[in-house]
Each structure stands twice: as C-alpha cells, then as structure tokens.
Design a protein around this ligand. Structure first.
Ligand code: ASP
Length: 338
C-alpha cells in the first residue's frame, strides 16, 4: 500500500474503531507485540553501530545510507545519500521529483540537514531542483547562513552546479488537475497527503547526523512551509544526546517544536520511545486538538543506539538498519480504541 494510503486508512481506522472487547483485546495483543519488537531493537547488549533509522517504508534509502558508512563515508554523507534516493523516486508523491504540487501547480521542496557538530542548513520552497537535501548541505557548508528560501535558494543551486529540471511528473500533474475540479483545501482532513523522509544515522564511533526532505502538503497555499526544513521541528540532532525527526501535519509539529522537544526529553533521561510518546501527547492533549483528523509520526535515536517511534494514528512505520539487518517496523500509536 502506498504511504499516502496508509495515512488515509489510518484516519479511517482511528475514527472507525469503536470500543469492543475483541478489538480492545486485539489492540492489547498488538501493543504487546510492538513493545516486544521495540525491546528487541533496543537490546543494549547488542552492538548498535552503525545504525540508520528513517520514516516510512524506505528500505532502499536506509540501505544506501548504511552502505555509505560501510564503505567509509561519513555519517553526514550517509543521511544525505539516503535522502537522495527518495528525492529521485518519482513514484513517491510527497518528496523530490514527482512530489504533488501546490495549488498553483508548482512543486516546491523543503529540506534540512544537521551534522555532528550541530551545524544546520536548510532550503525552503525551492522549485526545479531535485536534490534539495544536497542543496541544504551546501547552505550549511558553503554559506554563512542556515536557510535559503525560494528564488535565492534556486539561484544558489545553479551557482553550485545543480541541474534545473521539471519536478512535476505526469502522474502528479494529473492528480493536481483532478484536485482542481473541486479545489477542496482541507489540510487537516486530507491527512493522506502528508509524508516525508526524515533520517537519522549513527556511525561506528557514535557520531550522529540527520536529514529531512519533503514536497510538503499537497495543494498547499503557494508559499506554505511545514516543519520539515525547520530546525527543531522536522529534525533535530544533538551529538551528545541523540536525534529526532517528524512526519505528518507540519503545522502541528511546529507548534510543539516536536523534534527539539524529543531530544530535550532524552537529555532529561527519557528513552527515545518515551520521548516520542510524550511529544505526541503534547499534540493530542492540547485544548481543541483535532488530532483524530490528522497524523503526526516521530522517530528518535539516542547516543546508545536505542530507538523509538510513535504516531497519533496506526500505520506509521519506519525502516531500521541495525546489525546488518534492514527492517520495516510498525510504529506504536496513540489512537487504539477511541
Ligand atoms: N511534515 C511535512 C509537512 O508538513 C509533510 C510530511 O511529513 O509529509 O510539510
């Protein structure tokens, strides 16, 4: 099933579940299974480096990142190269080439990257450049700034030798044409239109880097930017502590500074899993939160190589590379029987 569909069915499942003993028992069984799976991924007696974790079902991206480190590349190279895989995948309609456009038909991309020194680079609302994650890295390494937006970012890309290309594929153009018939813009309800790749990696020495790249919300208002390229929102890395990344409705992640919150909670002693759960609780427990109608998912890793993931709705998953194995794992989630 496509990632967009996952989120859509997540909403329906979340809304459709009624309290019933069979369902509750099923949810409890599942919870136990998920906790057991998590415990086995967090077995401190096993070697945990190198390690790569990324949002959604992204095996090739994660494998690529792991291979970069195995071949002697840096952890920063690993997350950059891993994210490039999804950016180049035209079938993924929420990132890179093939991403769904804004309401005016323009594909605009957002990305950010953080290295082990805590440096950060980001690009926002960039058109015509496929590998915005690499552009974000150039901002971090080759400018005195941390963010470049729109035309300025695009100009900088050409100066750095990036190729201009049309990011709107035929499939995405058709989807946009269909959307225009009604032009219904309900970002809160259209939760199927959110996903992205956030990736965190630890090298054999225990150093951490992270990256995040997306085309954002489908049919967004021109100029809309979500959490993905914003430090502390879609991504945060502190090499002393760990890292976190987000996917889902960026507005909600930003309002709670989700990835920064998770890293700070880990600093205070919470496990990555506990920290992800607390960050989701901050969203759903806000007065008037409409959380039943949108999805947010988090992943996190700490310095020891323990990982965590949590989402509001079912069907969020992540890929984890550890000890030579690359697995897609279902995340635990908040809405079980409501
Ligand atoms: N978080 C991204 C945004 O709001 C979208 C996503 O995760 O798919 O732009």
């Amino acid at each position: 099933m496509k990632r967009r569909k996952f989120i859509q069915s997540a909403a329906l499942t979340g809304l459709g579940l009624t309290v019933g003993s069979a369902l509750t028992a099923c949810a409890e069984d599942k919870k136990t299974t998920e906790k057991a799976a998590l415990a086995s991924t967090n077995d401190a007696t096993k070697p945990v480096r190198p390690l790569v974790i990324a949002t959604w079902n992204t095996p090739l991206a994660v494998e690529t990142a792991a291979k970069v480190m195995q071949d002697g590349g840096t952890v920063l190279d690993a997350v950059e190269q891993g994210c490039r895989v999804e950016e180049a995948n035209e079938k993924g309609q929420s990132v890179g080439k093939g991403g769904l456009p804004d309401r005016d038909g323009n594909v605009t991309l957002d990305a950010c990257i953080m290295n082990k020194q805590g440096d950060y680079g980001a690009v926002l609302g960039v058109q015509n450049i496929m590998h915005v994650i690499s552009l974000a890295r150039k901002v971090m390494e080759d400018t005195p700034h941390v963010m470049l937006v729109g035309k300025g970012a695009e100009k900088f890309a050409y100066e750095k030798g990036f190729k201009k290309e049309n990011l709107l594929t035929e499939d995405s153009r058709k989807a946009w044409e269909e959307w225009k018939v009604k032009s219904e813009y309900k970002p809160i309800i259209n939760i199927e239109n959110h996903d992205t790749i956030g990736m965190l990696a630890i090298d054999k020495d225990g150093d951490i880097s992270g990256a995040c790249t997306t085309s954002g919300l489908a049919y967004k208002m021109a100029g809309r930017v979500g959490d993905s390229p914003i430090i502390g929102g879609g991504l945060f890395v502190d090499n002393e502590i760990g890292g976190a990344s987000a996917t889902g409705l960026g507005e909600e992640v930003l309002k709670t500074v989700g990835s920064f919150l998770i890293v700070e909670l880990m600093r205070q002693g919470k496990s990555p899993q506990e920290a992800c759960e607390e960050a989701i609780r901050r969203i759903v427990s806000k007065p008037n939160s409409d959380y039943k109608n949108f999805q947010v998912g988090y992943i996190a890793v700490n310095k020891k190589g323990e990982t965590g993931a949590y989402s509001i709705h079912e069907h969020f998953s992540y890929n984890l590379y550890k000890e030579g194995e690359n697995k897609n794992i279902k995340s635990d989630f908040y809405i079980k029987t409501k």
